[in-house]
Ligand binder design. Structure first.
Ligand code: PLP
Length: 468
């Protein structure tokens, strides 16, 4: 092998390839409106098989990869809760690849950049200066990190001894995201020890919660954690976080908030801003950048109110990771002391580039506008003769049925069919959910590209299909 290993032998040729890839990627985003999701043809699926023949792959990527994206970059994509990505990700991605930083620790630029992103986010969420944070793949992973910190606070020796028969219990509202259940499973606490608290007017019922905690204590369990939701995945509901924070301090429980997307109402205008009042009082918050801050997958954060709790749960420096007071092994914190991963990618650069390029105000405006679009969609649904809302719009999620005049089973079949048909025609992407057993169309608008005309066109397409 020559001196530079696997680097290009002909840098001029590689430059041309890279420029072509950049141009194709820019075309993709500039023309995204004309490039909705489409199914991957079988020949293309099979064409992904590794050939390992070497050479210029740019044409292949442009032909076989770019067109078959997941749809979420399109302005009329509102399925599930997915972010739409940003053009700035292209720039961040190039710079990130050129550095190839491992942000587990040590002393280099990406570590400082992540600190800046953690710090900015902490401030926006209203957490105090002694809070700690680490970027993660998603809210799912951030939830595991937060729960482990909560568990170590409840059982100081648990890292060494395990739970030794102690039955820890946690509390969350009905409709809590499965990430909470999964974290309970992964930590060995067990999904049965996640107690689901009934909702009252869409919020966790504090009285019921207190009763369940008392019952569990009487039965010998050790309640340790309460999980509030800021933006439920199904309907975009928000718990009363101030009430939960009061209860948590009364009951000596750790308050975690799943704010995967909804936490970002903290930078929106009122009335949406007020949905997250009390958020900064949480012991931990898990939230995504890749949903409602629009940055490319994957990027999220676990914020822990007291960095000492975070370090107590994760810090460990075996001989091969000893720090130094100067040189590359210097610097503190090392993010390996703050979460699960030792080797970690440079996620912060996506957030940092986006914020530096657009400014916080642009995100605040886009998030506010998404809430307005959901309200606008609800207005249009309400005004349409046969459609009806399935639930009130609280933030950015609009759930409705195309034909309220039909029986439940017929509505379900029709709504499911409309969702699939519109996905396949490329007209719009709704996902579905169930309200009182009826399958309904669901739009979660975390898409800075959506305009009022998109909402109008999508609803017209729904009405068209519903009339057939
Ligand atoms: C998406 C979501 C999660 C899971 O987050 P990931 O980033 O997908 O791991 C958890 N809670 C809520 C409310 C979500 O919307």
């Amino acid at each position: 092998m020559d001196q530079d290993g696997m680097d290009p032998k002909d840098w001029q040729a590689f430059r041309r390839q890279a420029h072509r890839m950049l141009e194709a990627s820019l075309d993709q985003l500039e023309q995204v409106r004309d490039r909705p999701w489409k199914p991957v043809p079988e020949s293309v699926q099979q064409g992904y098989a590794i050939r390992g023949e070497g050479g210029d792959v740019v044409d292949r990527i442009t032909r076989d990869v770019l067109p078959y994206h997941g749809g979420n970059i399109h302005p009329r994509f509102w399925g599930w809760v997915q972010g739409s990505g940003l053009a700035s990700d292209l720039i961040a991605g190039m710079a990130g690849a050129a550095i190839n930083a491992n942000v587990g620790g040590r002393d280099h630029g990406a570590v400082y950049m992540e600190r800046a992103v953690v710090d900015w986010t902490r401030t926006k969420m209203g957490m105090p200066e002694q809070a700690g944070g680490v970027l993660t793949a998603g809210t799912s992973q951030a939830t595991v990190i937060a729960f482990q910190a909560a568990r170590v606070r409840a059982m100081a020796e648990v890292r060494k001894t395990g739970q030794q028969g102690t039955r820890l219990t946690a509390y969350a509202g009905q409709g809590v995201h499965n990430a909470t259940r999964k974290a309970m499973e992964l930590l060995g606490i067990g999904a049965d020890n996640l107690r689901l608290v009934p909702l009252m007017d869409g919020q966790m019922d504090g009285g019921a919660l207190a009763r369940m905690v008392a019952e569990d204590r009487a039965a010998g369990a050790v309640p340790f954690l309460m999980v509030g939701t800021a933006g439920s995945v199904d309907l975009g509901l928000f718990d009363d976080l101030n009430m939960l924070a009061d209860l948590a301090s009364e009951q000596n429980l750790w308050l975690h908030v799943d704010g995967a997307f909804g936490a970002w109402t903290r930078i929106a205008e009122d009335p949406w801003y007020s949905l997250t009042d009390g958020l900064g009082r949480a012991d931990s918050i898990a939230l995504d950048f890749h949903k409602w801050m629009y940055v490319g997958y994957d990027c999220a954060i676990a914020l822990i109110r007291n960095v000492a709790d975070q370090r107590a749960a994760f810090a460990a420096r075996p001989a091969y990771l000893e720090g130094a007071d100067r040189g590359l092994a210097g610097g503190d914190p090392w993010y390996c002391d703050y979460g699960i991963d030792l080797s970690r990618g440079n996620r912060a650069i996506k957030v940092w580039t986006a914020l530096e390029m657009h400014g916080e105000a642009a995100f605040a405006a886009a998030i506010t506008d998404n809430c307005r679009m959901a309200a606008y969609m609800a207005d249009r649904v309400t005004a349409a003769p046969q459609m009806a809302m399935g639930a009130q719009v609280v933030s950015n999620v609009c759930v409705f049925t195309a034909r309220a005049d039909l029986e439940a089973a017929a509505q379900s079949a029709l709504n499911a069919d409309i969702a699939q048909t519109l996905q396949e025609t490329g007209e719009a992407v709704f996902s579905t959910t169930r309200v009182d057993g009826v399958v309904m169309l669901r739009a979660a608008i975390t898409n800075h590209r959506t305009r009022a005309a998109d909402v109008e066109a999508a609803l017209a397409a729904v009405a068209d299909l519903a009339a057939r």
